[in-house]
Design a protein around this ligand. Structure first.
Ligand code: HEC
Length: 383
């Protein structure tokens, strides 16, 4: 009965699965298979970001968590083999993380057995996502969700699960608040908001507040907890009419209002809180353009392994951040980008010149994507 939050998110987005062609499925697999090579390739370099190999495993587990149930449902041998290989890569790359990750290996092996037996879709999806969280916690990985939150979903969760105590507007005046000791926090008050970050709300909702009536919401998925957390942060801000300044999800998740206002100016605050997917997508598409230029330079220098590594990273970290917004604005362009990614990856098996041609096509698509995410024509509100 229990779809994972990501699966549910994709389900809600509707067209995504239908648009995914076999070519892009292979693209996703290739992304997985490149992991070890990528790790090997970076082994000799100074660690630019120690957390990245961990984030990769987390991303792979998230792919497994979201795609495995659909693969089992389809009964398609190719899809199921793909999932088994994906799981294989999860095992190998987790082993490569060393001592710190050793404790999760038995639990991963238990998942792997079920994937090989092609059974227990719901359980595998749940465990894959849970193990991803365990790995993140081990290295204190990013106090941010893996993809932009769905703030309007957060709003409905808030009214269903929080408003009874915190009130519909978050002022701590819900019908169930009377007599609670301590009283539910007024989530709009200066005192509370001075400390509030989305990450803090996420943790409060995850663990509750000990010895108070504030419960832990064990039944909410991580995605749902992030959705409601970002909604809480949007509470006191006026509607966003313009375009938010570009920023990363990590910043939006880990900074207080005061910190964001200091960094981006007080006038930017409302849009940063009300238009999270836009702020994140604009930033991510710019980074993706830069990364594809790096991939092109590597291809032109004949370093095709490096090209593959950069393409993989960019797909996992940047494109996935752009997609939620892009799906609602230009689904066809998303499909083209995914297909073009697969073509570029295929070209790395042919040669530098062929790869360069395909990478230039990606660049052209990303220019179009940037225009789409930066366009003011479509006003997406969080309410
Ligand atoms: C049964 C009543 C109840 C429900 C339901 C409830 N809360 Fe609370 N919440 C409280 C109380 C009481 C406190 C105050 C705890 C304290 O004083 O430390 C609190 C505190 C908080 C805080 C702490 C603010 C800070 O200082 O960091 C946040 C955030 C919060 N709740 C969010 C939520 C969200 C989001 C939901 C719904 C998913 C929710 N709460 C559901 C009663 C509730």
């Amino acid at each position: 009965m229990h779809l994972t939050a990501l699966a549910r998110r994709k389900f809600d987005m509707g067209p995504r699965r239908r648009f995914r062609s076999p070519g892009t499925r292979i693209g996703a697999l290739w992304a997985a298979l490149t992991v070890l090579t990528a790790l090997d390739a970076s082994a000799g370099e100074p660690a630019a970001d120690e957390g990245r190999p961990w984030a990769r495993v987390v991303a792979l587990l998230q792919y497994l968590g979201s795609d495995y149930p659909a693969a089992v449902a389809s009964g398609d041998t190719f899809e199921l083999d793909e999932q088994a290989q994906l799981m294989n890569e999860v095992m190998k790359s987790t082993e490569a993380l060393g001592e710190k990750a050793r404790a999760v290996l038995p639990r991963l092996r238990a998942v792997q057995q079920r994937v090989e037996q092609r059974e227990d879709p719901a359980g595998v999806a749940r465990d894959a996502r849970a193990l991803a969280e365990v790995l993140m916690a081990k290295v204190g990985l990013k106090a941010a969700p893996p993809h932009p939150p769905n703030v309007s979903k957060g709003e409905s969760l808030f009214s269903q699960r929080c408003a009874a105590c915190h009130g519909a507007g978050g002022k701590g005046d819900g019908p169930a608040a009377a007599g609670l000791k301590p009283a539910p926090a007024d989530l709009t008050s200066q005192a509370v908001r001075a400390e509030l970050t989305a990450y803090r709300v996420f943790n409060t909702v995850s663990f509750g507040v000990l010895n108070t009536p504030m419960p832990a919401f064990h039944d909410l998925s991580a995605d749902e907890r992030w959705d409601v957390a970002f909604y809480v942060l949007s509470l006191t801000h006026p509607k966003c009419d313009g375009l938010p300044v570009p920023t990363t999800l990590e910043r939006l998740a880990s900074k207080t209002d005061a910190q964001l206002a200091r960094e981006h100016g007080p006038a930017a605050l409302a849009c940063l809180r009300k238009s999270v997917p836009e702020a994140v997508a604009v930033q991510a598409v710019r980074v993706a353009e830069q990364r594809v230029r790096e991939a092109l330079a590597a291809a032109q220098a004949g370093a095709l392994e490096r090209t593959r590594e950069v393409l993989l990273d960019t797909y996992i970290f940047e494109i996935e951040s752009v997609e939620p917004l892009m799906w609602s604005r230009d689904a066809e362009l998303v499909r083209q980008i995914e297909l073009q990614w697969a073509s570029a990856r295929a070209a790395t098996g042919v040669g530098p010149a062929e790869t360069a041609v395909e990478l230039k096509k990606i660049s052209a698509l990303l220019v179009r994507a940037r225009k789409v995410v930066e366009s003011r024509l479509v006003t997406v509100t969080t309410r």
